[in-house]
Ligand binder design. Structure first.
Ligand code: FAD
Length: 647
């Protein structure tokens, strides 16, 4: 039996971004002894990178705003495929979560009369994003961290131990969720620094591991985004929902190559920035789709007037939802009207005085100055689409964040699916993290409290199997080849590079049937080779080993994306098919679910070319009539199926 450190907790939260920290705070406040695990240093999660703001209908800048308008915008942005109950809860609860942050010490930018300031963003009818310059995520994490420290100090006063009820395990990676029958019994993981294995036994586990961007070559995402939580859920038997929906943010840096993909925040456009092609044309006016025509300006003059008088003018099309803008940029570049380095121009220099740009967009100013030697107060930026966010994710219950079929397993934040439908509006992630992080923490704590008498037990066979799986890259070092064919071990970095290139080229922003089939064949090949991913050295400080383990997750998740994208024969939100370019009403109420073909989590039982994932369709729950009544009938006709309209 493998020797591993073992500890017992009530709730284990995997991930210390906004969702994980909010879940942990809630679980601890409800009396659960809570452990938080994260791959990076505490406070370094991806959430720190969030720039533009947090969407909440507080109506501080325009009194016309309220949760119903926010709900409507969110459904329009997601092209009505959102899990509507999540969108409802999110719109209703987001303001409370922002005010709560303020009471915990967050310092948001203010309006002239002292209220929390709110800025414009794509797809939001009113200025709605509470922000701290363009460093909102940093303030959010700082505040949640501070709250955790405050709770630990409270615990110290009572128990003499800061970590008695809330402990953070930083620089640790979870590789398996453990189960007792159907029930969650804990997690298996390793310390990244020492390579030591550990088990945290707990009846409730919250997955809050963020996104999947590192499976794509050009991405705004950090190194942590390897789809771990998605894979952990799949391997534990919980399905993923609508994985075809991957958001390509329209504006990433395109030059120099070393920074390609780094995000250029949407606040640039929200604050007045405009997109132009190589002919100097503001091309977005040519790309307003029919479903949005009534809401967007038809001329530059009207669009510009909107910034000062939003009640009597329509918004400029640069503020369309992200999927529309990303496709438009892609089309301009393809038509030969791109910038020198394969993007388009984003200009604020002719729209705002230099000191306003530096005050409102300080990070962007420094980012371009330091990384590209471009002064955005004097010249235009070059930008192009970058893989940014995954709308698909672990299928969850809207109210409780519980996964399907695995009692005790919860998911919140970017790792969870449903909330954003086929396309997320900017700012709706940070609010999602807080609303559903809190809900997940609450329900995980309640679940754990219900298991006090008889806790699920950790199965040593599973622990041994998890340890053997984690150690496999070291035995591939012998050169014998796991498959017994004498082939040499594979380099995990090469495999990762090939995976990223495949997803970028074949399952990227514009998708075609034959390319996705090609991608699935390549993924099958990579999967076989990844079983021979070998590393040198030992378990201490070994990044090659970490990557070899992450590959399992990226390959699983990539297969889900490719399979679901191949299945959905329409274009909707973050899923664009060249061969099925229209949004089809018949697909409006169809969810695609991905599950492991071999429920034991192994791969042996499945032929590699058939893949590891099985895909099923389900019909979405009908949207509640009082929520449908928030929309004009003419608008619903554009989205809903015949049967839904009839009903
Ligand atoms: P994260 O913050 O990524 O946290 C994931 C955590 O899980 C990390 O602690 C990580 O270490 C841990 N983890 C992962 N795998 C494991 C494992 N196997 N074991 C242990 N721990 C693990 N959204 C907005 O709403 N507004 C914005 O302005 C905005 N700006 C953005 C700017 C950029 C550049 C980017 C990339 C995204 C932006 N987003 C924004 C999106 C938003 O930041 C993310 O969707 C959100 O922060 C995700 O939060 P999370 O809590 O789900 O995950």
């Amino acid at each position: 039996m493998t020797v591993v450190d073992r500890q017992e907790w009530d709730v284990v939260v995997v991930g210390a971004g906004g969702a994980g920290l909010r879940a942990a705070i809630e679980a601890r406040e409800r009396g659960a002894r809570t452990a938080v695990i994260c791959k990076s240093l505490f406070g370094k999660a991806h959430t720190v990178m969030a720039e533009g703001g947090i969407a909440a209908a507080m109506a501080n800048v325009n009194t016309g705003d309220n949760w119903k308008v926010h709900f409507r915008d969110t459904l329009r942005g997601g092209k009505f495929l959102n899990q509507w109950r999540m969108a409802e809860l999110h719109a209703q609860e987001a303001p409370q979560r922002v005010w709560e942050l303020e009471t915990w010490g967050a310092l948001f930018d203010r309006t002239k009369d002292g209220r929390i300031s709110q800025r414009n963003f794509g797809g939001h009818e009113y200025p709605r994003l509470a922000h701290v310059g363009d460093r909102t995520g940093l303030e959010l994490i700082r505040t949640l961290q501070q709250k955790i420290v405050a709770l630990q100090q409270e615990d110290f006063r009572e128990t003499g131990d800061y970590e008695s009820r809330l402990k953070v395990f930083q620089e640790c990676t979870v590789t398996r969720v453990l189960k007792d029958g159907r029930h969650v019994s804990g997690v298996f993981g390793y310390e990244r620094e020492s390579g030591r294995f550990f088990v945290l036994q707990a009846p409730a586990v919250v997955l809050s591991t963020g996104g999947i961007g590192k499976s794509f070559k050009v991405t705004s995402n950090s190194w942590e985004y390897t789809g771990d939580g998605h894979a952990l859920a799949l391997l534990a038997g919980a399905p993923l929902l609508n994985m075809e929906f991957v958001q390509f943010h329209p504006t990433g840096m395109v030059w120099p190559p070393s920074v390609k993909g780094i995000l250029v925040t949407e606040s640039v456009r929200g604050d007045g920035g405009v997109l132009r092609n190589s002919e100097g044309k503001r091309f977005m006016f040519d790309y307003v789709p029919d479903v949005f025509k009534e809401k967007y300006a038809e001329s530059e003059e009207e669009g510009d007037r909107w910034y000062d008088d939003p009640d009597h003018n329509r918004r400029p099309p640069e503020l369309l939802p992200r999927d529309e803008v990303a496709r438009a940029i892609n089309a301009e570049v393809k038509a030969g009207r791109g910038s020198p380095h394969g993007g388009v121009f984003l200009d604020v220099s002719t729209r705002m005085p230099a000191e306003v740009i530096k005050r409102r967009l300080p990070s962007m100013y420094h980012q371009f100055k330091e990384l590209a030697d471009v002064d955005i107060t004097a010249e235009a930026m070059e930008v192009g689409p970058t893989c940014h966010y995954v709308m698909g994710g672990v299928a969850v219950d809207s109210d409780t964040a519980a996964t399907r079929g695995v009692p005790g397993l919860f998911a919140a934040g970017e790792v969870a699916g449903g909330m954003h439908g086929s396309n997320r509006l900017g700012g709706n992630s940070l609010s999602d993290l807080l609303v559903f992080g809190r809900r997940a923490g609450r329900h995980a704590a309640e679940h754990a409290a219900g298991q006090v008498r008889e806790r699920p037990r950790v199965d040593d066979v599973q622990v041994d199997a998890a340890a053997a799986e984690a150690l496999r890259p070291f035995s591939a070092e012998s050169g014998a080849g796991e498959e017994g064919d004498g082939s040499p071990p594979e380099n995990p970095y090469t495999l990762h590079q090939e995976l990223q290139q495949t997803m970028n080229d074949l399952v990227g922003i514009i998708r075609r049937e034959h390319e996705m089939e090609q991608a699935l064949r390549k993924l099958a090949e990579l999967r076989v080779r990844a079983r021979r991913a070998g590393v040198e050295g030992h378990r201490q400080f070994n990044p090659g080993w970490h990557l070899a383990l992450d590959l399992r997750n990226m390959l699983l998740v990539s297969e889900c994306v490719a399979r679901a994208a191949l299945e959905r024969t329409e274009s909707r939100g973050g899923h664009t098919r060249e061969d099925h370019s229209a949004m089809e009403r018949a697909w409006r109420n169809v969810n695609l679910l991905c599950a492991m073909a071999d429920p034991t989590g192994g791969v042996a039982a499945t032929a590699p070319e058939r893949g590891q994932i099985v895909l099923t369709r389900e019909t979405t729950e009908p949207i509640r009539p009082d929520l449908l009544a928030l929309f004009e009938k003419e608008e619903l006709v554009k989205y809903l199926t015949e049967e839904e309209l009839y009903e």
